[in-house]
Design a protein around this ligand. Structure first.
Ligand SMILES: *Cc1c(COP(=O)(O)O)cnc(C)c1O
Length: 430
């Protein structure tokens, strides 16, 4: 048996239908050129990461750890310089004490906004959990409770910026503009870094001293440039997504202008303490190693997303982005049009996992979300969405949001399994 036959034989044993195996081979043949382009981006970003580590003389001593107050943790401080070099920013805050992406964004916002200030989103409603931070959805401790107001301009129906509404929306109280790169759970397209740059130029033209912050979740290392290369003052994300490379067990980052990163640090620890404190508690090695792996890991996840779009389009579903569109994040949305299919898809992803493959995901009331959510993940790091995972709110059109895969091969298996589950459900219903 040649290796390809051996692989397909294994897929069959893993419960993948013949039709899906065949479709999968056709899709991969079709995507060959596209995957080569992705490999080039990954190679460039890999060099960018290595160069930053070399420039900062990363050494064995930086892989150690600190406890207690964490004064003079050279591993932590050097890693922050490495991040600042990769993102081309003055400063960076990269910490285990940042619980998740939502927390990183909270710290960046609350550290830089004061009572009476207004926060503005020029790209419509932000990610679900952000709505709670801002106070769009009532939550204890929201920015709204501290007298910080919020305004937004929606994108136009075709996904373009509504420049008139943005001009009208920015006033003398506007202090910070939040730009979400990835679409999150919304149906709008993800923004390319180039488009983010155009938006920032326009906003700075109206008000030059406004802080432009980009929620960079899921976007890191997908292009050869980052939002901070096109004028963003702050770039914020989670280490259990792309830049943690699947190895960071926790954490978030905030890169940007020194003043604004310091403001965030005063909020994360305490006024007067800032970046000086914060024990690294043994995570330095995984933060460095995860960052080192991130360009190839993110690229593999991207291949999975494109493969998923092709597969589900062939099966007759709408994929966003479509299989042929350019990509600016690793998220793939597919409208599955029924709760049963959404659950079947998640079952497939779960069954393909290296960890917890035997459990069945079920919808639940997740804190921070306003409808039930189903999530599938068999991850080494709990809840990590750079690892193969799928989730979606149980509301029309029952869109599954699929992302991650530490290796392209695992992403491929997961999607084939999910497609098999959906196919089987549909044939049972006939
Ligand atoms: C994931 C995500 C967040 C929140 O990150 P968590 O780690 O889940 O708290 C915020 N914004 C966007 C666009 C995201 O994708």
């Amino acid at each position: 048996m040649d290796t390809n036959e051996l692989i397909n034989e294994t897929y069959r044993k893993m419960g993948i239908s013949e039709r899906i195996i065949q479709m999968s081979e056709e899709i991969i043949a079709e995507l060959k050129d596209r995957f080569e382009v992705l490999d080039k981006t990954a190679e460039y970003n890999q060099l960018k990461v290595i160069a930053a580590m070399q420039k900062n003389n990363v050494s064995d001593a930086h892989l150690g750890t600190s406890t207690g107050y964490g004064y003079n943790d050279i591993g932590r401080d050097t890693l922050e310089s490495v991040y600042a070099d990769i993102f081309h920013t003055e400063s960076a805050l990269v910490r285990a004490q940042i619980t998740c992406g939502t927390h990183a964004l909270t710290v960046a916002l609350a550290g830089n906004l004061r009572p009476g200030d207004e926060l503005f989103s020029p790209v419509g409603l932000p990610y679900d959990t952000l709505q709670g931070i801002i106070g769009i959805r009532e939550e204890k401790g929201s920015l709204k409770e501290y007298g910080i107001t919020y305004a937004q301009a929606d994108l136009k129906d075709d996904g373009s910026f509504d420049y008139d509404a943005i001009r009208k929306g920015i006033n003398e109280r506007t202090r910070l503009v939040t730009i979400q790169r990835s679409k999150g759970y919304a149906s709008r397209p993800t923004l390319s870094v180039e488009r983010i740059g155009e938006l920032i130029s326009f906003i700075k033209g109206i008000k030059s001293d406004v802080i432009c912050m980009v929620d960079n979740c899921y976007g890191e290392f997908i292009e050869t440039i980052e939002p901070s290369d096109v004028g963003a003052d702050l770039v914020v994300g989670s280490l259990i997504k792309n830049p943690g490379g699947g190895l960071a067990p926790v954490g978030g980052y905030i890169c940007g202008k020194k003043e604004y990163v310091d403001n965030a640090a005063y909020r994360l620890t305490a006024p007067g303490l800032g970046k000086e404190l914060g024990a690294s508690l043994g995570v330095n090695t995984s933060f460095y190693q995860g960052l080192f792996m991130s360009p190839t890991v993110s690229s593999g996840a991207l291949k999975g997303a494109i493969f998923a779009a092709s597969m589900f389009e062939r099966l007759g579903y709408t994929a966003r982005p479509s299989a042929s569109e350019e990509r600016y994040d690793i998220i793939q949305a597919v409208d599955l049009l029924s709760a049963e299919r959404l659950i079947a898809f998640c079952k497939g992803i779960q069954a393909a996992a290296p960890v917890d493959s035997f459990v069945t995901p079920e919808p639940w009331d997740m804190p921070g979300y306003d409808s039930q959510v189903i999530m599938a993940a068999g991850a080494f790091v709990a809840g990590s969405s750079i690892e193969l995972s799928a989730d979606g709110p149980l509301r029309d059109p029952y869109t599954v949001f699929f992302q991650g895969g530490l290796t392209w091969y695992h992403a491929r298996l997961g999607i084939m399994k999910a497609a098999s589950e959906v196919l089987q459900l549909d044939s049972n219903m006939l």
